[in-house]
Design a protein around this ligand. Structure first.
Ligand SMILES: [Zn+2]
Length: 363
């Protein structure tokens, strides 16, 4: 009998892979399972059945721990947590709240926002502004033409990214040392966005790349030295062999086996300026919003520097991370001490995430 494609069956699914894929999966991932048990008093049974469906689901809970041996990032999956009761706080009508802020400074960026020292980049779907309280020496905002950040399409997202990349070029023309670009998008409050109006952010840093980007470069370089193959290609192959890929033109896209938080997607492309990469990101985000009901999300582009550096970036692709940050109506943060200092605890099953996005994109 075939093993059901569920994260809790991951050890069996890996065992069933063809020899080479199996070896690659075991090279990259350490997977173990455990069962958490408890003994609820009779008086709790009715409440447990109401909250979790059945008492049996709670008394023995299967937990899968996935550790990426190469990057030492890891995740604990417990599907029961998806249905646990949460303090959901005040319910809010998100669309109404978003439209109530129409007419904000980002709706008229030319007189509502400062320009950078090199001016503004104006694109088809966005205009840049200079961030007023900066993360770094160069810190810009890609202000979308759309007020509502959730009205996104692959075309619009490709436009946002193109404007952000051109901003990076302007920054390096203004300062040849500002050679390391970073592009990010914090959509709505739970994702760290303080302004509702659709916007992404771009920075350019000097010296070395941001530590998390540099760490991934070093990790991939060490992998290549040890195994003679490309880490990102191998990572994508493991996810594809397990059926976690979302087929999109010109990129590798997959639902991560070691997500940092809910429904994390990874997109690997050759060049940040390749429109098939930004369109793929846009298609996945559209699927996020329309099919997975995601409202708050983060997007981060890991990109090589724009000028030659001492360290070797020749094998480093563009890697984009996309993650769901939870329901805006929920007051409980999705990140606690476990996520910040130990391992991520995730409820969403990457197999369901990949399946939902594949269905959406083939529809
Ligand atoms: Zn606005």
């Amino acid at each position: 009998m075939a093993t059901e494609r569920e994260i809790t069956n991951l050890p069996g699914l890996i065992s069933a892979l063809p020899t080479e894929d199996h070896a690659l999966a075991e090279r990259i991932f350490d997977v173990s399972t455990t069962t958490g048990r408890l003994d609820p008093p009779k008086a709790m049974h009715a409440w447990i059945e109401k909250s979790f469906g059945s008492v049996d689901r709670v008394t023995a809970q299967r937990i899968v721990k996935v550790t990426n041996r190469i990057t030492l990032e890891g995740t604990l999956f417990n599907e029961l947590r998806a249905s646990r009761p949460l303090d959901t706080g005040v319910s809010l009508d998100l669309d109404r709240e978003i439209s109530a802020t129409e007419g904000d400074p980002f709706c008229h960026p030319h007189d509502g926002t400062p320009a950078d020292v090199f001016g503004r980049v104006e694109g088809e779907h966005a205009t840049t502004a200079s961030n007023i309280a900066k993360y770094d020496g160069f810190h810009g905002v890609v202000v979308f033409d759309d007020h509502n950040p959730l009205h996104l399409t692959p075309d619009k997202v490709a436009g946002y990214v193109a404007v952000g990349l051109e901003w990076g070029q302007k920054a390096i023309e203004a300062d040849l040392e500002a050679r390391y670009p970073f592009l990010m998008w914090n959509c709505l409050w739970r994702a760290g966005g303080s302004i509702i109006h659709g916007h992404a952010q771009v920075t350019a840093t000097r010296g070395t790349h941001y530590p998390k980007v540099e760490r991934l470069r070093r990790t991939a370089a060490a992998y290549k030295r040890e195994y003679g193959s490309d880490y990102f290609e191998d990572l994508a192959r493991v996810h594809t062999s397990l059926g976690l890929d979302v087929p999109l033109e010109g990129v590798h896209a997959f639902a991560s086996l070691s997500p940092i938080k809910e429904k994390e997607l990874v997109v690997v492309g050759a060049d940040p300026a390749d429109p098939s990469l930004s369109r793929a990101v846009g298609a996945l985000l559209q699927g996020y919003v329309q099919d997975l009901s995601v409202r708050a999300f983060n997007v981060a582009f890991f990109m090589p520097p724009l000028r030659l550096t001492e360290e070797d970036w020749s094998d480093f692709p563009t890697v984009v991370f996309i993650v769901d940050r939870g329901d805006p109506a929920n007051r409980t943060s999705d990140m606690g001490a476990m996520e910040l200092y130990a391992a991520s605890v995730v409820a969403s099953d990457p197999f369901r995430v990949a399946e939902a996005l594949r269905e959406d994109l083939s529809a």
